[in-house]
Design a protein around this ligand. Structure first.
Ligand code: OSB
Ligand code: MG
Length: 368
């Protein structure tokens, strides 16, 4: 397949309700929507970088810049046989994994549509349905989080992840366990809000039967996490610290985590995401798919990836209505049973684009 043309759109979409993490509060989703065209077929993907560099160093605008100046020019006119070739073609560009991923993902979708297969099938996924968890933000009051937990339990979500930060951790977990009991599948995500100096506090987390604690320490650390994991009964799950299969290998060798969160954008695309999945599987490290407030296209990529066998834990792959009043895909991503999503069998990502909604959300557009 020869890439004829790439279209970029800057989208802005209001969230149903603001979402707070230890590093900031979000009320609007910004992303770059990528369409890749080849001989009448089109592949789609969306970027996951945020408008400000608080989760990682990329921003929505750096994604656009790097795509326009460095990535798209390397791809246009290229004759590609397999989507795996994109990573190699773009490898001279250091980091900027979210930018790379948004182009690579669109090529995967395009490849699958031309071949007449689903994205899950192309990746080697066998699961036909996946279990779904939900991520719940920090609120001004513990009670407000309890109400959100209750709402998502009622909707059937199979695991609750609550965001924590110093001062909003033990009392939150205490209240959740008191109200919902020990059966609830519960985990906490700190987004790097702690240091090893707070080890006594972090050890108290062992009292709450958490499935895991996600990224307690620095975003760029795997050394202190290894020290912490030795002192904790609760498994550590790494998110921010893992960008490449090499990062994953080193974290496994050091014992920095017992579980890994894979986000396609954070690791530079589906090819790398699959490589990390395969590596973790060989080392008995279960993985699950993280989320970045994706719209339907990003969600569809996440669902396809989650069909791989070592995605054994519910991911942050919630239904469209978790965040959006109207999604850019048709049909919207919705449960087939409470807490369960079907892996689409249609070609590519398996969802159609609602172009009317897409146009309405587009604030800027360019064709290359
Ligand atoms: O529901 C989602 O999309 C996941 C939300 C989430 O947890 C998150 C949202 C923004 C930035 C980082 C994270 C994270 O997983 O750490
Ligand atoms: Mg996280």
């Amino acid at each position: 397949m020869k890439i004829d043309r790439v279209e970029l759109r800057y989208l802005q979409v209001p969230l149903k309700a603001p979402f707070e993490t230890s590093f900031g509060r979000f009320s609007v989703k910004d992303c770059i929507f990528v369409s890749v065209h080849s001989e009448g077929a089109t592949g789609y993907a969306e970027s996951v970088a945020f408008p400000a560099p608080y989760y990682n160093e990329e921003t929505t605008e750096t994604v656009w810049h790097v795509l326009e100046r460095f990535l798209i020019p390397r791809l246009i006119g290229q004759e590609l046989e397999l989507p795996e070739e994109v990573s190699a073609l773009l490898s001279p560009i250091r980091r900027n994994y979210m930018a790379i991923s948004s182009l690579e993902g669109a090529v995967w979708d395009l490849y699958c549509k031309r071949k007449g297969i689903s994205l899950a099938e192309a990746l080697g996924g066998k699961k036909r349905e996946i279990d779904v968890g939900v991520s719940i933000g920090i609120e001004p009051e513990v009670d407000m989080v309890l109400r959100n937990v209750e709402r998502f339990v009622e909707q059937g979500y199979k695991r609750m992840k609550v965001k924590i930060k110093p001062g909003f951790d033990i009392r939150l977990l205490e209240a959740i366990r008191k109200r919902f009991g020990n059966e609830l599948l519960l985990m906490a995500d700190a987004n790097s809000a702690y240091t090893l100096e707070q080890i006594d506090l972090l050890k108290q987390l062992d009292d709450y039967d958490l499935m895991m604690i996600e990224q307690p320490l620095a975003h760029d650390d795997i050394v202190d996490h290894a020290v912490l994991q030795k002192r904790l009964r609760t498994p550590i799950c790494l998110d921010e610290s893992i960008h490449t299969a090499e990062d994953a290998r080193k974290a496994i060798e050091l014992g920095s985590c017992r579980i890994m969160n894979i986000k396609i954008g954070r690791v530079g695309g589906l090819t790398n995401a699959k490589a990390i999945h395969d590596l973790c599987m060989r080392h008995d490290i279960p993985v699950w798919c993280g989320g970045m407030f994706e719209l339907g296209v990003g969600r569809a990529h996440n669902i396809a990836l989650s069909s791989l066998p070592n995605f054994t834990m519910p991911g942050d792959t919630s239904a469209s209505d978790r965040y959006w009043t109207q999604d850019i895909v048709e049909p919207a991503v919705a449960f087939i049973r409470p807490g369960t999503l079907a892996v689409p069998s249609g070609h590519g990502i398996g969802y159609e684009i609602n172009h009317k909604v897409l146009d309405r959300l587009t604030v800027r557009k360019s064709i290359f």
